[in-house]
Design a protein around this ligand. Structure first.
Ligand SMILES: [Zn+2]
Ligand SMILES: [Zn+2]
Length: 364
């Protein structure tokens, strides 16, 4: 017993001495900083771009209700050696920056709809990929209105661009590669896709991206996206009420990332806001009830579509991971549909030539 106490005391002394050295000695601090700098510069997740699988990373599993652990909507798709972005909510690209991805290989952005929690970090997606030497303008796909969104951001950041090019030089930060290029997804007559409509919007190097209409009324256009690559497939619902178009276009997909609102909790938030005489909070929590899907809606859509694995995301309210998982599925009959709750940093891997669906954590 005495021997154990001596060993524990010695360990405690070493920890205290180390802590004191780190706190008081600049040379020790500099040594730690040097290691962090090297590790940060060397660490790159290039392996995510290997062409042996279709991969998805969740950079935002939340909604406009701010939460430090759940950034608003953001997903990355890795396919054909490129990176594709599906929505870019506020702060989501702070997550992406930490993952040290080769963002020069960002090929395109797909916007589901123009609510702020899906577009606010578009300028960050553009800037981070531009400074990493993206070799061409960045196509940004979206429904009618995408031109207005992109040109608005371009104007807002025109001075920032000017300073950066002046500072780093046009040889390094090529002005011609900086811009986003709006790419409208619409019918031939310019009207948005609606109802059951869908359209292949990109076909390249074995990857097919299909856009389709979902029901987020009064928000029009509102789209979901399906990515097919090497026999594997993933579907993003965007924001939607229960939508037959989504079930149609998600047919047989390996994974569907579907928005989810716990309507019971949101209704209670509305009632509590009324009791506390907070009319703005009451109005908003009441109004949002009618254009989102419940976990039950998502499960029923997944079942109709024959989706192998359902991932609930865009969680309203943004309850923390493990507890959220319990609460969001409470009272829901998942009816045999394999279901998980998304979290910021979730990595989904769908290897080619297999039915495997692997989940991992990239960290936050
Ligand atoms: Zn949203
Ligand atoms: Zn929305």
């Amino acid at each position: 017993m005495r021997g154990v106490k001596i060993i524990l005391g010695a360990i405690l002394l070493v920890i205290l001495a180390g802590g004191a050295a780190l706190y008081f000695l600049p040379a020790v601090q500099d040594g730690v900083i040097a290691r962090i700098i090297d590790r940060t510069l060397i660490m790159r997740h290039d392996e995510l771009l290997a062409t042996d699988a279709l991969r998805v990373a969740v950079c935002g599993s939340g909604s406009p209700l701010a939460d430090a652990d759940r950034r608003p909507a953001c997903n990355l798709v890795f396919a054909a050696g490129k990176i594709f972005v599906v929505d870019a909510g506020a702060g989501s690209f702070a997550r992406v920056a930490k993952w040290r991805l080769p963002l020069d290989r960002m090929e395109a952005v797909f916007i589901t709809h123009f609510h702020s929690d899906h577009i606010a970090d578009l300028p960050e997606a553009r800037l981070q990929s531009w400074v990493q030497q993206r070799p061409a303008p960045l196509p940004v796909y979206g429904g009618p209105g995408i031109e207005r969104v992109v040109s608005g951001f371009a104007e807002a950041f025109a001075l920032d661009d000017f300073y950066r090019v002046a500072h780093h030089g046009a040889e390094f930060l090529k002005p011609e590669n900086g811009p986003m290029r709006p790419t409208e997804i619409a019918n031939d007559n310019g009207t948005p896709l609606t109802g059951l409509q869908g359209k292949v919007v990109l076909e390249k190097d074995g990857l097919t991206v299909t856009a389709f209409a979902v029901d987020h009324a009064p928000v029009v256009p509102a789209y979901g996206y399906r990515f097919d690559y090497k026999g594997r497939s993933v579907v993003f619902s965007g924001d939607t009420h229960k939508s037959p178009g989504l079930a149609l276009h998600a047919k047989g997909a390996d994974v569907m990332l579907h928005e989810a609102m716990d309507k019971n909790i949101v209704a209670r938030m509305s009632a509590a806001a009324a009791r506390l005489q907070l009319p703005a909070a009451q109005k908003i929590s009441h109004d949002i009830l009618d254009y989102h899907a419940s976990p039950q809606d998502a499960a029923e859509t997944a079942k109709v579509a024959g989706v192998a694995h359902l991932v609930l995301t865009h969680l309203i309210p943004p309850i923390p991971g493990w507890l959220g998982g319990r609460i969001f599925q409470r009272g829901t009959d998942m009816d045999g549909v394999e279901t998980r709750i998304a979290f910021d940093g979730m990595l989904i891997e769908l290897p080619e030539g297999s039915k495997a669906i692997r989940f991992d954590d990239l960290g936050r």
